[in-house]
Design a protein around this ligand. Structure first.
Ligand code: NDP
Ligand code: MG
Length: 382
């Protein structure tokens, strides 16, 4: 029985993690989980999963649940400190980090110190401080197990392979909700249209990131850290069907790809069963039914956010931290109807242009830069 601490249980990845666990009750047990503000689903999961620890975002919600479950021995916590305690709790082997944003960084570092393997969906953690996370995981002998579908595909393609034989990583991109629109047409798009992703059903922030292609940019940085590959050897390829989830090209010209119907439960489960596999009730791929797959090179003029990600990744230091924080604020402003869709990239460009990178930043510097960037981005919104 593998014990799991799940951060972000009520989100899109969190809910699918619960579904995977429910498919294999004899294999997995969620002993601690965190949620944000969704109390209704938190209650449902308390009943269903019978956890030992539950963390919510606010003190009031925590008090409410404590009173409701006074007859149980469940421990209730809240806020960022509670999130850390959830991450390091008990003798769980693995932490699934499915929270959104750089709030996931500190709990991840603490879980690594507690020698728990990390099944990482929360890509912002690696974008914000990839050098610290990878260094800590090596130091403590902890596995970083990718949940992001592209990185899981690369991870699967690399099984039995030597890193020295990798020539190139090829990350596929669906193109998001607006892949068939030109830049002129992007001026008019609404939040509702942006939230309508053609292939994947995901949380709001990542759906917008997919539409701006910032998601792919964050994934390029994530891949750089996870697999130790230079930015010159990471290529993004448009592939609108989301059937090939990514590929690795080797020095002998061989390319190994991982395929499947778009279903996040597959990479979530692989992160939990690695290096083994378990059956899963996911829809089987029928290439005959699909018939044709399409591929196209990326136009960096059409997708400036992807270009920014390569640029800040190559500069390194605190630049990716700034990109991530500016993006989190800008996307949130767009979702709140305070910023137009194209305003997202305009604001991000202004914020990254004014920052001078600090090289090899420690955790305190990262956190300060993250907070300062949020303030600066807000000021550009006014
Ligand atoms: P969601 O927005 O659906 O879920 C986020 C989760 O985090 C929810 O449980 C939410 O709680 C909780 N949360 C939000 N803010 C806070 C906070 N400040 N403190 C503590 N908890 C918080 O996100 P997704 O599941 O879509 O994405 C999660 C991560 O996985 C992201 O980094 C994303 O990029 C990555 N990812 C997601 C994919 C997907 O298919 N969704 C695919 C690949 C990667 P509540 O809802 O209760 O308020
Ligand atoms: Mg992805």
């Amino acid at each position: 029985m593998k014990k799991i601490n799940l951060l972000g249980a009520t989100g899109s990845i969190g809910r699918q993690t619960v579904e995977v666990v429910k498919e294999h009750p004899e294999q997995f047990k969620i002993v601690a989980f965190s949620s944000g503000r969704n109390l209704e689903l938190t209650r449902a999961y308390i009943e269903e999963l019978q956890p030992e620890l539950v963390c919510v975002q606010t003190k009031e919600d925590c008090e409410t649940l404590k009173a409701e479950y006074a007859h149980t021995s469940i421990k209730f916590l809240y806020g960022n400190e509670g999130l850390v305690e959830t991450a390091v709790y008990g003798d769980s082997e693995v932490v699934v980090n499915a929270v959104i944003g750089s709030v996931g960084l500190y709990p991840t570092l603490k879980a690594i110190e507690a020698k728990k393997d990390i099944a990482l969906a929360n890509k912002e953690t690696l974008v914000t401080a990839g050098h610290l996370v990878m260094e800590a995981s090596k130091k403590h002998g902890v596995k970083m197990l990718p949940v992001d579908s592209e990185h899981s595909a690369i991870f699967q393609a690399l099984q039995g392979e030597k890193d020295k034989n990798i020539e190139k990583l090829i990350i596929t991109a669906s193109g998001g909700s607006f892949r068939d629109l030109n830049r002129e047409q992007l001026k008019e798009v609404t939040v509702e249209q942006a939230l309508n992703h053609p292939n994947w059903s995901m949380g709001a922030k990542i759906t917008i990131d997919s539409a701006t292609m910032m998601n792919k940019g964050l994934e390029v940085i994530e891949a750089h850290w996870l697999f130790g590959i230079s930015y010159d050897d990471i290529k993004v390829l448009l592939h609108k069907e989301s059937i090939i989830h990514s590929m690795v090209q080797f020095h002998d010209s061989s390319v190994i790809a991982q395929l499947g119907t778009p279903d996040m439960k597959v990479p979530i489960q692989y992160a939990l069963t690695y290096p083994d596999r378990l059956p899963l009730s996911s829809k089987r791929l029928s290439l005959a039914d699909i018939g044709t797959l399409h591929f196209k090179d990326i136009d960096f003029e059409r997708y400036p956010c992807l270009r920014y990600a390569y640029e800040v990744g190559r500069i390194g230091g605190t630049m990716p931290t700034v990109l991530n924080a500016a993006n989190e604020v800008a996307v949130s402003a767009f979702l709140n109807h305070q910023l137009s869709f194209l305003g997202i990239e305009e604001v991000i460009e202004k914020v990254i242009s004014q920052h001078s990178s600090i090289s090899n930043p420690d955790l305190t510097t990262i956190m300060e830069v993250d907070q300062e960037t949020r303030r600066i981005t807000q000021s550009f919104l006014k």
